[in-house]
Unconditional design. Structure first.
Length: 435
């Protein structure tokens, strides 16, 4: 028997550290957009693009890099994405430190560096696949919820930290401090990150068949890669359930990313809050959604992914309705908390449903769901910004935009019901064949 380094708990810890430092890029521009908008002379539309650009690469890169885990186990994919994010963050710091008066002319370059910085967001799907291979399916809901919940805290925490740092050490040095933290995080992942046993055994010289057999027999692994990267993407793409899960995750996780980037602009422009208070309220949303996601995993294990998802979508619709009618800060905070609760639980429920609905191509499905679902983080802020195109839209434009989340939640709920009906039909068919 060949030795294997690490345990499921250690594998979870390494993936969580890598995801935490990379996922902070959701807040790459949101907390500073008002400063950047003034410095570069940006319109509301371009400010929306700036907020969402990291989410574009962070979502689309999830697809190939998650599928890449089917071959390498996740460690290499993690390191590539984190190093790319560090390059982008270094570029942003360079622009702010050396040419701050030329940001308007260099806006395309700022977008390029923002896109590179967003590569860290794509670590989510890599960590989902890496962690899934470590844990048996019956406990994946709890393991993945802990992984995602802790990692999801990063954007809110960094929004809060930026709000505290900017008045003290200015904008450029705030990004430099972030870069140093990211580099330390990459070093930590290098030490802690571990692939599941079958990948280690295969790297040690066993064939894939031998490695999987030994990992099952001696190390408790019961989920294994099947097919090559293109194969698992193709197989998962053939199922309508994959695309239903993409839309559900577009609503819950894409909505979470969108609001984490959008809320600083909402609090500052609609309510006139300063950068510190803006950061605190954005952190309230992000950290609440992240912490509740940790509890959402065990809830989904106990109640099932479908019931948990429906309950979470109802909370999102309710929170959106409150936001459209919010007449004071207290009501707006209440609506945001409802949205956070719904999105946090919904994110956990979705990845409880992935192995249930696409058990033979988890890595591919995780790529599609995590990648295209997270694309909501790019699309939704631009939809919300479209409600502000009229110069006099003001608070009314901000309020009306939140109907977007109610519509998305209603459509996603219909898809959950459709998957439930399809599963019942499959079970009835299986019982009939067995009898």
């Amino acid at each position: 028997m060949k030795p294997v380094r690490g345990t499921p708990a250690q594998g979870l810890m390494g993936a969580t550290v890598g995801f935490f430092v990379g996922f902070a890029a959701v807040s790459l521009f949101g907390p500073t957009v008002k400063h950047l908008q003034q410095a570069a002379g940006l319109s509301a539309g371009l400010a929306g693009v700036l907020i969402s650009i990291p989410n574009l690469t962070g979502s689309l890169l999830r697809i190939p890099f998650s599928a890449m885990c089917n071959r390498d186990g996740g460690r290499l994919a993690f390191l590539i994405l984190l190093i790319t994010a560090a390059v982008g963050l270094a570029g942003i710091w360079g622009l702010l430190a050396f040419v701050p008066d030329r940001l308007g002319k260099l806006f395309p370059l700022l977008l390029v560096f923002g896109a590179l910085g967003g590569a860290g967001i794509a670590t989510f799907s890599v960590g989902i696949s890496q962690t899934s291979f470590w844990y048996p399916q019956k406990t994946q809901g709890s393991a993945l919820a802990a992984y995602a919940g802790i990692g999801n805290i990063a954007p809110g925490l960094f929004a809060l930290l930026l709000g505290m740092l900017i008045p003290v050490i200015d904008l450029a040095y705030s990004y430099l401090a972030w870069l140093v933290f990211l580099l330390l995080g990459i070093a930590a992942y290098w030490v802690l990150g571990r692939n599941a046993p079958s990948f280690q055994l295969e790297r040690a010289g066993l064939s894939r068949t031998e490695a999987c057999a030994e990992a099952r027999r001696h190390h408790g692994q019961d989920i294994f890669p099947k097919g090559n990267t293109l194969h698992v993407l193709q197989e998962s793409a053939k199922l309508w359930q994959t695309w239903a899960l993409v839309f559900i995750y577009f609503t819950t996780f894409g909505g979470f990313m969108a609001l984490t980037g959008w809320l600083p602009k909402y609090w500052s422009s609609c309510w006139g809050f300063d950068v510190a208070r803006m950061g605190m309220l954005t952190a309230l949303f992000s950290i609440t959604a992240s912490i509740i996601r940790i509890g959402g995993g065990p809830l989904a294990d106990r109640l099932g992914g479908e019931k948990t998802a429906l309950g979470s979508l109802a909370l999102i619709a309710l929170g959106a309705a409150v936001m459209t009618r919010a007449a004071n800060v207290q009501q707006a905070v209440g609506g945001i908390v409802l949205l956070a609760l719904g999105m946090g639980v919904g994110n956990a429920a979705t990845f409880k449903l992935v192995p249930q609905e696409v058990p033979h191509a988890i890595a591919g499905a995780s790529g599609w769901v995590g990648g295209l679902g997270a694309f909501g983080g790019f699309v939704i802020p631009n939809v919300l910004a479209a409600f502000l195109t009229n110069g006099d839209a003001g608070d009314r434009g901000y309020a009306t935009g939140y109907w977007t989340f109610a519509v998305l939640a209603a459509a996603a709920a219909l898809l959950v019901l459709a998957m439930h009906a399809s599963r019942l039909r499959r079970e009835r068919t299986a019982r009939f064949v067995d009898s």
